[in-house]
Write a protein that binds this ligand. Structure first.
Ligand SMILES: Cc1ncc(COP(=O)(O)O)c(C=O)c1O
Length: 429
């Protein structure tokens, strides 16, 4: 179909009536569907059921005889550290394997830097009049929530096709010592799906920052979450920072939340040995050690990196058809030219969709009124403010294929309806 602008008034009105009729039909179905959060579906969770059974009352000793039932091992079992170090492509001395949530590690790290000097800090961040973080957007809403919670001012950075707009980033960090950090989801990014190019990683590692204690919060949540057999590759940020003579610049985070069980997985943090030593000293005040039985369970179940990679192929086999279904519906139902653009992710958990400016909030509200919950419009931007009100994050993994079909059809109908309404309004009709 041609662009809406090319339709004459009566064709446009007729098209609008047909869409409104279809919307009412959807409302009558009383749908109750949720595409708001990137959660694994039941079939994905079932893949890891063996984790629950893989320890027994006679199997609780780690390889070197550590009794996993008892306190100790602040930075994780040696064998889980080795496995997690392989996942993140770092040395076992550069990693801490902790509890069940990488988001907790991120939150606590910000809190620690606010309360105590980081290795390169002259003053704890909390004693400074202002701290700011760079927030490439659209991004992960929970990163922005951490900043808001701690009163950190957020500066929005645009995304280009291969990562954050580095011209903006470099200019800002060179001039302002209050800018202490940047949030990055460098692989199959939430929600854009992009993987940072080598050039972006190198520039982040090399750039001059006015703050000596500037930190990159490298949230590699989707490191192993490929949807194709030709995975994206991501340059190692820790090595890049070391080469650039900024060895303490990055903190890398990941977890098995979307590999084993969200909430019952294991979380990891990698960084320079200096940062790790600083962190371990603080953690010794906070805890007598992580849940080593869960770490042992993960070792027994996955065994090694190739065990995890095989497991991830099984995840992909379940969720790839869901991505394909939504992409196919977007392609066929958003037939009006230039109405929307969307990502075709090669991994991760999201499809990123941009409507015409000014439409996203209305689309999300309208979908909710017909029973489909999407991520709130604006949530992917600092302070919940999408400057163009056009970004919608689609999370296709949780619903069944049948539900997903209905949800995606309703979403595209709402987009068509709102866009047509806008065109009618512009024409004064
Ligand atoms: C980018 C990103 N980081 C972190 C998380 C949460 O990770 P965890 O369960 O380890 O706290 C998510 C969950 O959706 C995510 O998308």
């Amino acid at each position: 179909m041609a662009e809406l602008q090319t339709l004459n008034n009566s064709d446009l009105q007729e098209y609008y009536s047909a869409l409104s009729y279809n919307y009412k039909e959807f409302q009558n179905k009383n749908l109750r569907l949720d595409m708001s959060r990137g959660k694994p579906c039941t079939e994905q969770l079932d893949l890891s059921l063996g984790l629950i059974d893989c320890l027994s009352s006679s199997d609780y000793l780690a390889a070197d005889g550590i009794d996993c039932r008892n306190y100790g091992g602040i930075d994780g079992l040696p064998e889980i550290k080795k496995l997690c170090a392989e996942i993140l492509e770092v040395k076992p001395t550069e990693i801490i394997v902790d509890g069940n949530s990488s988001l907790t590690l991120m939150h606590d790290l910000v809190a620690r830097a606010i309360l105590h000097c980081l290795p390169d800090s002259e003053t704890p961040w909390g004693k400074l009049p202002k701290i700011k973080f760079l927030c490439p957007s659209p991004g992960y809403d929970r990163h922005f929530a951490i900043c808001e919670y701690f009163g950190i001012e957020m500066i929005r950075i645009d995304y280009l096709s291969d990562g954050p707009d580095m011209d903006q980033v470099e200019k800002l960090v060179a001039a302002d010592s209050a800018i202490k950090g940047i949030w990055c989801v460098p692989k199959y990014s939430n929600p854009t799906g992009i993987t940072y190019s080598d050039a972006i990683v190198t520039r982040l590692a090399k750039m001059s920052t006015k703050a000596p204690d500037f930190r990159i919060f490298w949230d590699n949540a989707y490191a192993l979450h490929h949807l194709t057999d030709t995975p994206d590759s991501l340059q190692n940020i820790l090595t890049a920072c070391q080469k650039a003579n900024h060895p303490n610049r990055c903190f890398i985070f990941a977890s098995t939340s979307k590999i084993s069980f969200p909430g019952a997985g294991i979380a990891m943090l990698a960084s320079s040995e200096t940062n790790i030593a600083w962190l371990k000293k603080q953690m010794l005040i906070q805890t007598l050690g992580p849940d080593k039985l869960n770490q042992l369970r993960h070792i027994r179940f996955f065994k090694n990196l190739s065990g995890i990679e095989n497991h991830m192929r099984r995840h992909a086999a379940i969720i790839k058809p869901k991505f394909d279904l939504v992409l196919n519906i977007l392609q066929t139902q958003l037939a009006v030219k230039n109405l929307c653009s969307w990502s075709t992710p090669q991994g991760g958990y999201f499809i990123n969709l941009n409507t015409q400016p000014g439409c996203a909030k209305k689309v999300v509200t309208m979908a909710a009124e017909a029973g489909v919950v999407l991520t709130s419009a604006g949530a992917t931007f600092p302070y919940g403010l999408d400057p163009l009100d056009q970004n919608i994050r689609i999370a296709p993994t949780l619903p069944s294929l049948l539900d997903l079909k209905q949800a995606a059809e309703l979403l595209t109908l709402c987009i068509n309806l709102i866009s047509t309404e806008e065109e009618l309004r512009k024409r004064g009709l």
